[in-house]
Design a protein around this ligand. Structure first.
Ligand SMILES: [Zn+2]
Length: 197
């Protein structure tokens, strides 16, 4: 990751976002209800994902539209307006987290430049990673990025590293899989999740 962090943002994008945009299927409407409220979802992660999908989170860019005195810059990178898509998908910090998470799911490091592309990736099916694990990991990632923003930046405490976020995600996902191990769709998920540990 040290090598990744020294690359200019534009070069990083061109390398890693080989990207989902180029290979995704276009034109089909994403069924967000099924993606969010799937059998075995983690309630707090699913609820947070649902609010995020509706773009109802009080990001600083949204708050600034109501009160121009509010600084709209991103609390994670301080470099761009904090919209939903920037915060969770295009922020340099979030990109590093997705880089680690998609590797853990056995994909080539993948980035999502738009919420539509992210939804298409979630709703696609392939033989690389079971959809249930992808949905579990995606919801937990969005949740952890939000928690990082609030806990470590808004309250001015020490900020985490992308690797620390992945470590926290690892614990959350292992716990979710273990708690549902008797469900048919959760069988074998732990092996896939630990494959690139
Ligand atoms: Zn940012």
């Amino acid at each position: 990751m040290a090598g990744l962090s020294v690359l200019p943002d534009r070069l990083k994008r061109s390398i890693f976002s080989f990207t989902w945009e180029a290979i995704r299927h276009r034109g089909e409407k994403v069924d967000w209800v099924s993606l969010v409220w799937f059998k075995g979802h983690t309630p707090k992660h699913a609820f947070h994902m649902w609010v995020t999908q509706q773009d109802r989170l009080p990001t600083r860019a949204r708050l600034a539209t109501w009160d121009p005195c509010i600084d709209a810059s991103c609390l994670l990178c301080d470099g761009c307006a904090e919209t939903r898509d920037h915060l969770f998908l295009r922020c340099s910090f979030s990109e590093q987290v997705w880089h680690l998470v998609t590797k853990r799911l056995s994909y080539r490091p993948t980035l999502f430049h738009t919420w539509t592309a992210f939804g298409d990736w979630l709703s696609s099916s392939d033989s690389t990673c079971p959809t249930t694990l992808r949905w579990l990991a995606a919801q937990a990632t969005i949740y952890q990025l939000s928690a990082e923003r609030i806990n470590n930046h808004l309250h001015n405490t020490t900020s985490s590293t992308p690797q620390k976020i992945l470590n926290d995600l690892d614990r959350l996902i292992r716990n979710s899989i273990l708690a549902r191990k008797k469900r048919r769709k959760f069988r074998g998920l732990m092996q896939v999740w630990l494959k690139h540990f």
